[in-house]
Ligand binder design. Structure first.
Ligand code: C5J
Length: 227
């Protein structure tokens, strides 16, 4: 194990490809103007600081040939996997499935559902489309994501992406409940609400790491031996 200085204590990072880097929903629909995030009234520029740390982590994982998972929150074009309770909520400018400047909001195959070019998946990396907030819900049919991770020998997950308190936290909690050893990279995740991000990171590490560990990307990268 590689000891990464972290809160609430050193994180035991498993080498030899057993720790996957998870990049949650770094999609144009959340990061760029005119997408789903903006339709909810959010300032999308608040998410941009997470991009550079994720680029650095991706480079480190790719140099070692370690597994990388990208997720995309999106729905089938007929919206059959989008519950009315999700689509109908609130008073957004545009709803899921409505046409916007980047195509239909949060619909698979539309430009807005794409991962931003700076973080585009490399060949062989996992790309998981998820209809919900958590990456284990309704994904990787028929066997499910947990079975696929187990088959690949992945036991540890490093979480990055957006937004900290919604899809990142939900996915990390789902993973924690399934027995994965999880760390959230504090500068590689962002929220439209800085106070929610702070509260989420504190919640994760409280009570002896009730959900997992937290560390900056510099601590993770420094702990890795040269590739
Ligand atoms: C949200 C996400 N915030 N990726 N999705 O609706 O966090």
């Amino acid at each position: 194990m590689i000891a990464v200085p972290a809160r609430p204590f050193a994180y035991p990072l498993a080498p030899e490809g057993r720790t996957a880097l998870v990049v949650i929903d770094m999609q144009r629909d959340f990061i760029e103007p005119g997408g789903f995030g903006a339709s909810l009234g959010n300032d999308v520029t608040l998410l941009h600081t997470a991009i550079a740390p994720i680029v650095s982590l991706l480079a480190a994982w790719r140099a070692r040939g370690w597994p990388v998972l990208h997720t995309r929150e999106c729905h089938r074009p007929d919206l059959s996997d989008c519950p009315p309770a999700k689509r109908g909520r609130g008073e957004p400018l545009l709803r899921i499935g409505d046409p916007g400047p980047m195509g239909r909001l949060l619909v698979a195959g539309e430009p807005g559902a794409d991962i931003i070019p700076a973080l585009a998946p490399a060949p062989g990396e996992w790309v998981i489309d998820k209809p919900g907030k958590g990456m284990f819900w309704g994904t990787c049919a028929p066997e499910g994501l947990h079975a696929r991770l187990q088959a690949a020998g992945i036991t540890h997950l490093l979480f990055t992406g957006v937004t900290t308190e919604v899809c990142v936290q939900t996915s990390m909690r789902e993973a924690n409940d399934r027995g994965y050893t999880c760390l959230i990279v504090q500068d590689a995740t962002e929220s439209y609400f800085p106070a929610f991000k702070r509260a989420t990171l504190e919640t994760i590490v409280a009570q002896g790491g009730i959900v997992g560990w937290c560390a900056p990307s510099a601590a993770v990268l420094a702990a890795l031996a040269p590739a």
